[in-house]
Design a binder for this molecule. Structure first.
Ligand code: MN
Length: 194
């Protein structure tokens, strides 16, 4: 066994259905996410990264090690914010910040979806907080994430085809809707408060 492990999820793989099917989770978590972990474990022994935390590797690496490490980070961050019984809307400070940045939560969902659908090719859409707690939507390509640019992400949607193709074929917007509908805003509130 290598240094990094596939994180345990606080739900069963079929629990996010019908929005995200068990089959999607078997591939996305069980094969794709696992492959990123396995590949990272193969690449780091004997390098300066072997004793670093995952966050440190993401911040300081590039090339193949960065791609695997960031994809491990991104998928863990994504899957751990999903829930079979999500809090559907944020409250408190996060709700205020969303209203300030986007006008309303519905408007945020619209803008986030538009950004996610507009990301050309594989990548991620992110809700990012700056040092003052001001929110913005960003997209990144391939494995890139806001952490590698020194920013704080609080939620994400995976827009690689492997995230939605089994359930929604080419309809990326439906895949993004599924991710938004399964995002637990209690977890996002906690990330925002940190
Ligand atoms: Mn993915």
């Amino acid at each position: 066994m290598g240094k990094f492990e596939l994180p345990k999820l606080p739900y069963e793989l079929g629990d996010l259905a019908p929005q995200i099917s068990q089959e999607t989770m078997e591939y996305h978590y069980g094969k794709h996410h696992k492959a990123y972990v396995d590949k990272l474990n193969e690449l780091i022994p004997g390098t300066k990264y072997e004793n670093m935390s995952l966050d440190e590797i993401v911040k300081s690496s590039d090339g193949a090690i960065f791609n695997q490490a960031a994809q491990v980070w991104n998928h863990t961050f994504f899957f751990l914010a999903l829930s079979p019984n999500p809090k559907k809307k944020p409250e408190g400070k996060l709700a205020e910040a969303i209203d300030n940045a986007f006008g309303s939560f519905d408007k945020f969902r619209e803008e986030f979806t538009k950004a996610a659908v507009g990301q050309f090719g594989s990548g991620w859409a992110w809700l990012v907080a700056d040092k003052d707690g001001k929110l913005s939507i960003e997209t990144t390509s391939n494995a890139k994430n806001p952490l590698s640019e020194g920013k704080k992400a609080i939620m994400t949607a995976d827009v690689w085809e492997h995230a939605y193709y089994i359930d929604y074929r080419n309809a990326r917007a439906d895949g993004v809707k599924a991710a938004l509908d399964r995002t637990d805003w209690k977890i996002v509130e906690e990330r925002y408060a940190k």
